[in-house]
Design a protein around this ligand. Structure first.
Ligand code: AMP
Length: 436
């Protein structure tokens, strides 16, 4: 008889399974971010994962994210749709659709898709969280937004994060500057890398983003946007910088910082993790996108926001050795050497009372069940053998050697919850305990 071999599937290229305990760590990171957002009165918006392709085209038809990397397709209704490559476009589309009261201060957390060439820190499916604030034309809001990200990095223990900041000016300033950069790069065209020569045709400012050695030399001598700012733009930028100084957020001005998405105006910024390789050290970025709401068919509305890359932040945490979560903190492991009924009933009773509990299925000797208890990292082993069962008691054995947990002892079944509640707190399953 021939055996049929089944194909074994793997996750698609550039897409990863996030397994425990890393999954809990990501959740804890998001919880930490949400806490920062809520402390500044930002509330969650949950836009759909897919949108009409047009929503993303508004982001900028000259950006790689939109032209080359989008997962777009025609669905069964013949609608051209796309998996979101970033979240600002969907959030602004939602703003235009619902017209909430201003200012609208929201945060989001979710998955994006870009058909990029995968490498460490660059995936085809990745998570971002971020904020958007719409309806305020005030440089102090730029300060609030940047400070929120900066406090978040501090709160998770990251120390080696550099804030790079620049102003791209108003639309007209940017146009004049783009033209100046284009002229300059055209004059040096033959010395540029091939990739940058192509980019130059589509979007001259993007060439300034190139990390290629042959381009860096040329970029160094490119015109500076500061020389093209209107008085108003320059004043806005100065107010942002003095605000950051006032609240003690340090920054490095980077006159060549142009971010990938076309809709940015005025303030633009990026966070670089110094502990990561320069190719993947951008852990987040953002800026003002005055004009995007209008481009989506809504009223002219100022906006500013940022998106942080969850995957890269965690890589930066690894590199700095911070944000290492404690174990999930199982409180009780139930050992039943009789029939399994006590394990079945007691684990249910404990969980219902908010005490985390686990057990082993399929019985086994006392020794082997103790091994499982050890492996679980539980704080207490709760043992039910023939002796205990006969007198309706359990044996409670502290497993972590903490003096506060006392000695091994017998406890009546009816007193069990009261006894454990003195040691084990209520667990909030959405917020595993972590240390930074
Ligand atoms: P962007 O939306 O391109 O401004 O990206 C914001 C942040 O998301 C970046 O700074 C990265 O940390 C992260 N990011 C962007 N693209 C990817 C990707 N393909 N894989 C992982 N993280 C990404």
């Amino acid at each position: 008889m021939t055996e049929t071999r089944r194909e074994q599937f793997q996750a698609l290229r550039g897409m990863r399974d996030i397994l425990p305990p890393e999954s809990a760590r990501r959740r804890a990171l998001t919880a930490q971010f949400i806490a920062q957002c809520e402390s500044a009165d930002y509330h969650e918006v949950v836009p759909p994962l897919v949108e009409d392709l047009g929503v993303f085209l508004r982001v900028g038809e000259a950006t790689d994210v939109v032209t080359k990397e989008m997962y777009d397709f025609v669905d069964k209704d013949q609608t051209r749709i796309a998996l979101r490559p970033e979240m600002t476009a969907g959030v602004v589309r939602a703003f235009v659709q619902h017209r909430p009261l201003l200012p609208w201060k929201v945060f989001y957390a979710g998955t994006n898709f870009r058909h990029e060439r995968p490498q460490k820190g660059r995936y085809r499916m990745f998570d971002q969280f971020g904020i958007e604030a719409l309806g305020v034309d005030d440089a102090d809001l730029d300060v609030e937004v940047i400070a929120l990200a900066s406090r978040f990095f501090e709160s998770i223990g990251l120390r080696q994060v550099t804030l790079l900041i620049n102003s791209l000016g108003e639309h007209e300033d940017r146009e004049r500057y783009t033209e100046a950069v284009r002229q300059y790069l055209l004059s040096r065209r033959d010395d540029l890398s091939e990739a940058s020569q192509v980019t130059l045709e589509r979007n001259p400012l993007r060439v300034l983003d190139s990390k290629r050695a042959e381009d860096r030399q040329i970029i160094r001598d490119a015109p500076l946007v500061a020389d093209y700012l209107s008085a108003e733009s320059a004043a806005h930028y100065a107010r942002v910088l003095s605000g950051l100084d006032a609240i003690g957020v340090s920054y490095t001005e980077d006159p060549r910082l142009v971010r990938g998405l076309d809709y940015y105006r005025r303030t633009t910024f990026e966070f670089a993790a110094e502990a990561l390789d320069s190719a993947q050290n951008a852990i987040g970025g953002g800026g003002r996108y005055d004009g995007l709401a209008e481009a989506m068919g809504g009223p002219a509305t100022d906006g500013i926001g940022f998106a942080l890359g969850v995957d890269r932040i965690l890589l930066a945490c690894d590199a700095e050795g911070v944000f290492t979560p404690e174990s999930a903190g199982l409180e009780v492991f139930v050992i039943d050497t009789v029939s399994g009924e006590a394990a079945r009933d007691i684990t249910h009773q404990l969980r219902a009372a908010g005490i985390s509990a686990d057990r082993r299925f399929g019985g086994g000797s006392m020794k082997s069940q103790m091994k499982s208890a050890d492996r679980s990292g539980a704080r207490f082993a709760l043992i039910v053998g023939e002796d205990e069962l006969a007198v309706d008691e359990v044996t409670l054995r502290p497993m972590l050697g903490r003096p506060a947990d006392g000695e091994q002892r017998r406890v009546g079944r009816s007193d069990l919850l009261g006894e454990l509640n003195r040691y084990c707190g209520q667990i909030d399953p959405t917020n595993p305990r972590t240390i930074s």
